[in-house]
Write a protein that binds this ligand. Structure first.
Ligand code: G1P
Length: 286
């Protein structure tokens, strides 16, 4: 029986330069998809998958994210006084100690961001969710991965097919034998040069990892783009621990760019029971 995954690391220190000017004064994770900030989707996904402790790796200018998951006394008092329901705030309320933050003082890469959480993660398996990647499915992506983890343990990363022309933008796996949605991983490479990717299965930012990956990150070795890459640290564990890719059954919206945000808004709005009908009607008219 694999050790239970209770903690999730959410790297949220990025500057969001692809979303300027919006991100000049608000974190990209606070930009909305329909009526809730992007971070809410990742937090909902983690909680639904059974995560009990959310570790935000933040940076300068990201305080709005932490405030969002706090009580807003004036707002609550005003809503109450007006006889309005507080239910709308429920998803943003957390229990005492459920959110922990640590700062990444320098943008040294995703691997470095995850490593900044090493003392909080301690010696247990943990999940990583990249909030820019909005994953939509039932059950959600991490929940699907948790089910697989209960069967095989070790390390599991989500994987999705992309056209070969896009593999240079992502971490890409070298797949081995498959069993249903699980594929053994033989290797992985971060941002392979065009034409050199071992497959067209990219890493969309959902991981279940064993704490040993932190020991790999201790080395602080740099890789693609001169950054400390999580993909490189994971690659070094292959062969020493079980390592699988999980082919996610659902949709992925890349909210790292303006185009991705607009697409996510349209898609997620169309799914919603409340705003969906009006949005669908408008789009059909367009
Ligand atoms: C990061 C990871 C990469 C992954 C991608 C998903 O890259 O390093 O392996 O495929 O997120 O969005 P970044 O987008 O930070 O360059």
């Amino acid at each position: 029986m694999a050790n239970r995954v209770r903690k999730a690391v959410l790297p949220v220190a990025g500057l969001g330069t692809r979303l300027l000017p919006a991100t000049k004064s608000i974190p990209k994770e606070m930009i909305t998809v329909v009526d809730r900030p992007l971070i809410q989707y990742a937090v909902d996904e983690a909680r639904e998958a059974g995560i009990e402790e959310l570790i935000f790796v933040t940076g300068r200018g990201k305080s709005a994210l932490v405030d969002y998951f706090d009580h807003a006394y004036e707002l609550e008092a005003t809503l109450k006084a007006k006889g309005k329901s507080l239910d709308v705030l429920a998803p943003s309320n957390v229990t005492f100690g459920e959110v922990v933050t640590v700062r990444q003082q320098q943008p040294l890469g995703l691997g470095h961001a995850v490593w900044c959480a090493r003392h909080i993660v301690g010696d247990e398996p943990f999940a990583v969710l990249l909030p820019d990647e909005l994953m939509f499915g039932t059950p959600n992506c991490l929940a699907q991965m948790m089910r697989a983890y209960d069967r095989v343990g070790g390390n599991i990363v989500a994987a999705l097919e992309v056209p070969a022309s896009e593999t240079h933008k992502y971490g890409v796996i070298d797949p081995g034998p498959s069993d249903g949605r699980l594929t053994q991983i033989r290797g992985m490479v971060e941002k392979p040069a065009a034409g050199t990717a071992p497959s067209n299965l990219m890493l969309p930012g959902r991981y279940i990892l064993q704490p040993e990956v932190m020991r790999q990150l201790d080395a602080q070795e740099t890789g693609a783009g001169g950054e400390i890459q999580l993909t490189d640290a994971m690659a070094r564990l292959i062969g020493t621990q079980p390592f699988h890719a999980f082919l996610f059954d659902g949709a992925r919206y890349d909210c790292g760019s303006a185009e991705g945000f607009v697409i996510a808004n349209i898609a997620m709005a169309m799914e919603r029971e409340d705003v969906g009908p009006a949005v669908r009607e408008f789009i059909a008219r367009l």
